[in-house]
Design a protein around this ligand. Structure first.
Ligand SMILES: NC(=O)c1ccc[n+]([C@@H]2O[C@H](COP(=O)([O-])OP(=O)(O)OC[C@H]3O[C@@H](n4cnc5c(N)ncnc54)[C@H](OP(=O)(O)O)[C@@H]3O)[C@@H](O)[C@H]2O)c1
Length: 303
């Protein structure tokens, strides 16, 4: 990434905020943080406003002459997307199309962050050749976004993932942060025992993403942790490693909580393609990554 002009969309989000922080000390890197409703006002980069659903806003990003656009902005909450279908389509599909057009016109590289939720969760251990079959609006609009990127930019990099960590712009909103909040306040947290996933710590994700970008990789990659576990097991591990009493973590199931919203059950993911691209034997386990998450939280508290 040395000497590159990099645009990161979704700068107030979990991933965008961490990615910008990860890239901030890159040699000769010029960083542009694209925000929408909440300006993170990062002092180490230029904060640029754009509503990606507006083609004129996305086109204005051309003036920044990016070498690479890392597109993290999306509507990410499954329930919200289900209840606000048109808005989900506008942001996740049309917004992505607008960003992909900007990448095409500027001749820049494009990395699009997609999700494991493009799969229906019946099979598990999904690799990049498995047929996506999303169950809900979030998954369907993210999959549509993938198509927009591939159509506009031939060598687009499409990354499917599931991440956890601290949002560095607006703390407290992400999955892991809300579990930790419940643990601290000894309030009940219901976690699905029948929803499997292969989560990756956001710090590790940023490292892998940048390595893939630097290597010139294109096409689709599953970027996940090596261990699959249920959301309930993940919450218990978080409690254990952070030293909290796990009594307030309760088992729930997709059927009892989800109402009419369809959610995939087994989103365990096959990482082989990533591992051979990065020449690594395995990605870290959930326990290893939660320990790293805790160490980073402790450093943040001291710093
Ligand atoms: N978190 C996960 O576990 C996970 C799992 C799989 C895939 N992903 C994918 O990874 C990416 C990042 O996720 P995240 O967890 O960081 O999301 P997030 O915390 O929910 O942040 C989403 C970001 O999108 C921005 N945004 C929303 N509408 C916009 C618009 N109209 N114009 C411009 N920006 C807009 C938001 O900006 P404002 O707040 O300023 O409106 C926010 O910064 C997403 O594409 C998501 O689908 C995440």
């Amino acid at each position: 990434m040395e000497g590159r002009r990099i645009i990161v969309t979704g700068s107030s989000g979990l991933l965008g905020s961490n990615l910008l922080n990860f890239l901030r000390n890159g040699k000769g890197v010029e960083l542009y943080a694209v925000y929408h409703s909440r300006n993170p006002a990062f002092p180490f980069c230029r904060n640029v406003h754009a509503d990606i659903t507006k083609s004129e806003d996305a086109a204005r990003l051309l003036e920044l002459q990016p070498d690479i656009i890392i597109h993290c902005a999306a509507l990410t909450k499954t329930n919200y997307c289900e209840e606000n279908r048109e808005q989900a389509y506008n942001v996740n599909v049309l917004g992505t199309k607008n960003i992909a057009e900007t990448a095409k016109k500027s001749g820049s590289r494009l990395a699009y962050i997609s999700t494991d939720a493009v799969f229906d969760g019946t099979k598990g251990n999904y690799n990049e050749n498995d047929e996506p079959r999303p169950l809900n609006i979030y998954g369907a609009t993210k999959l549509e976004g993938e198509k927009c990127c591939r159509e506009a930019v031939k060598d687009a990099l499409i990354i499917r993932t599931n991440i956890f960590g601290n949002n560095l712009s607006l703390p407290g909103l992400s999955f892991a942060e809300s579990i930790l909040k419940s643990l601290r306040e000894k309030k009940t947290y219901n976690a699905f025992s029948d929803a499997m996933f292969s989560p990756l710590y956001v710090g590790t994700f940023c490292d892998y993403l940048i390595q893939l970008c630097d290597s010139g990789a294109s096409g689709t990659y599953h970027v996940h942790g090596s261990q699959s576990l249920s959301k309930y097991e993940f919450a218990l591990k978080l409690a254990d490693i952070f030293g909290y009493d796990s009594a307030c973590i309760r088992k729930s199931t997709i059927e009892t909580v989800s109402g009419n919203i369809r959610r995939p059950k087994n989103l365990s993911m096959d990482n082989s393609k990533l591992m051979s691209a990065l020449k690594i034997g395995r990605t870290p386990t959930a326990g290893e990554m939660i320990a790293k998450f805790k160490a980073d939280c402790d450093n943040l508290a001291v710093g």
